[in-house]
Design a binder for this molecule. Sequence first.
Ligand code: 1PX
Length: 218
Amino acid sequence: MADSVGVDNQKFCLQEVLDTFKLCLSENKEVYLEHYVAGWRGLVKFLNSLGSVFGFISKDAVNKIQILVTFLNGENGSQYVTVQSMVKYELDNQLVDLTKRGSYPESGCRTLLRLHRALRWLELFLERLRTSTEDSKTSAMCSESYNESLAQHHPWAIRKASGLAFCMLPGRPAFFEVMNVGPPEQVVAMLGEALPLISEVYQITEDLYAQHNLLDLP
Ligand SMILES: CCCCCCCCCCCCC/C=C/[C@@H](O)[C@H](COP(=O)(O)O)NC(=O)CCCCCCCCCCCCCCC
């Protein structure tokens, strides 16, 4: 039936999500917040399709995405076009809690930092997926990537809950299937294309935050 074909055609495809990160960089290498947030939205959709055990993770990501979208659509939205302009605006106007949580517990800067750290996890995880073999375990790749990145910023209870959730990840073949990119060789090729872009977005943000001493925002 034409209808069901139409629905099938719109099946979630990870390639489109990773492509969003291509749109993130402006000509002079600034990071567009709108596309950054759109990239995360797509990733969360993917995560949701893996099952409800990941709900506590996607809930937090959605919450952070929402905070940033509210800034983007708010009266000072024009200051939030790029991550660079957001950092400048919030710092110039003392809108960031720099050492301990106070009047601005949900600044754009600290909210984006949480997603930025998660982007490092994504980079490590996708690189492991890309170089994995048929019998590699997604749960192991995921937890190794997590331990090298996000875990260092998470308290024990969250590390524990995350570890339990990772055990519920589908195996590599099923995981590749959900990505809906095509046969494994195609997944590997797609990851090879997407990763340099994700790394670049990550590195530009990392350098910007380091330059302004923002890497430890509470
Ligand atoms: C595919 C498996 C997905 C595993 C996801 C790995 C990341 C694990 C993150 C666990 C977060 C637990 C929830 C709570 C976290 C917050 O406490 C904590 C700190 O925030 P706070 O300072 O406001 O308290 N939040 C965060 O660190 C931000 C976490 C954002 C996680 C976004 C994860 C999206 C995952 C998308 C998966 C896409 C996979 C694509 C692979 C082909």
